[in-house]
Design a protein around this ligand. Sequence first.
Ligand SMILES: C[S@@+](CC[C@H](N)C(=O)[O-])C[C@H]1O[C@@H](n2cnc3c(N)ncnc32)[C@H](O)[C@@H]1O
Length: 469
Amino acid sequence: MLSFYKLAVFFFVFYHNKKKDMSNNTTWSSHSPKTPTKMLERALSVRRSAFADSDAGDSETSAGDESKTKRQHFSLLFTNYVSRLTHSWPCLVLCLFIVVSLTASLTFHSRGLVCVSPRDPVSRLGFLGSDGLESDFGYLGVPWCRSKHGKTVEWTSKDLLKGLEEFVPIYETRPIKNNMYGMGFDHSFGLWFIARWLKPDLMIESGAFKGHSTWVLRQAMPDIHIISITPRHPEKYLKKGPAYVDGNCTYFAGKDFVDFGSIEWGSVMKKHGINDHRRVLIFFDDHQNELKRIRQALKAGFRHLVFEDNYDTGTGDHYSLRHICDQFYIRGGGHSCFRDSDEARVREKRKHFWEKAVDIEELCGPGEAWWGVRGQMRDNFNHSNTPISYAEHFQNSRLIESILDLYWELPPVAGPSLTHQTRYDPSRAPTPIVEDGRYGLFQRLGLGRLESSVFNGYTQMVYIQISEQ
Ligand SMILES: C[S@@+](CC[C@H](N)C(=O)[O-])C[C@H]1O[C@@H](n2cnc3c(N)ncnc32)[C@H](O)[C@@H]1O
């Protein structure tokens, strides 16, 4: 920076001296018959004649054509001005250059001076270049679960965009504005979109907290029944602030709480007139081992499941589908615990910029166990933590693959340069619905109206279809 200013000062002095030389030459040189000398002479003579006219009191000319006199006066001033500018343009260009450079420099460097987090998108850009942003999506691999026949979802990215446009105004009317510890915008949209698309006959949620997800399900399907399973009834939260209690919902909550795995689903479904369990949508946001939940759902004959927190390998408080399917044979899956590897170097760097990114130290537990969370299978908000061998972990993925018809991870709704999210690491996520740089589209969809904090909860929500057994 210092050398830049030295250079600027050098150029300024150089041009100043040069200009002095030029005017010296112009004034005193008799060898240069044209350009600067002529222009200066013309300027001087013009000034002289103007005074001369008034001095001479040539009233006939001046009074006779006043407008002409004035016009001539301005044109002369202009010529004069231009002639002076011609001498100083290198200085003007230099000044302009300095002003532009200073503004640009202050924009980036002042953030560093005021200790803005490096997770701030602008700072990230300053530190990482474009690597910190959109170009990173999927850079470290995006593991996924193979389904039996490789089936994909019916909806397209166009459907998702249309859905976003419709959902933003709905989301703006949510009763719980600050849903800390619950779903943010990305997953609220994902749940609403999936429920609306599938049009189930009944919806079950496990883990309601204050009721935000119940409200989202209700927006998607206004008339169908909901069953909500949660230890603390959402109405309890009403005493302290906003909460949502649905009028067409059966609550297994409070003294009526029964864990999903212990409910007699046959009789409960019959009670609600549901004969076909395949037409029920289940939403899990209860932070339980997902393998356990899938086995329970399978036993009860349910087919459509959504998991809110599909944590990435090395993170989270329960064994997730991402954990299970992160395997060497999956594109983007499997890890090595070598400290001297590209993955270790990239992870180390990314950890400084994304809160949820984990470096190789955090990823790998004793014996270089990278699967699950440092070789552990977590359950029940991390209250249970069981070490598993790689062989067991591998078997779990084979079991899941043998029963899966479909696996679909919700992409982030928009890139971090638009949402300003700072948590999930794009290098472990699929390409967002609204890609970085598409500011116009982001605004058109109404996403720009939302507070940036609502975009900070993305954890790869997943929708799976279990095949009929
Ligand atoms: C992250 S919160 C759910 C947030 C909610 N879905 C939302 O979007 O606002 C997790 C909830 O799961 C509940 N929970 C804990 N154990 C549970 C269990 N075994 N079955 C169902 N819910 C459980 C907790 O009490 C808590 O309300």
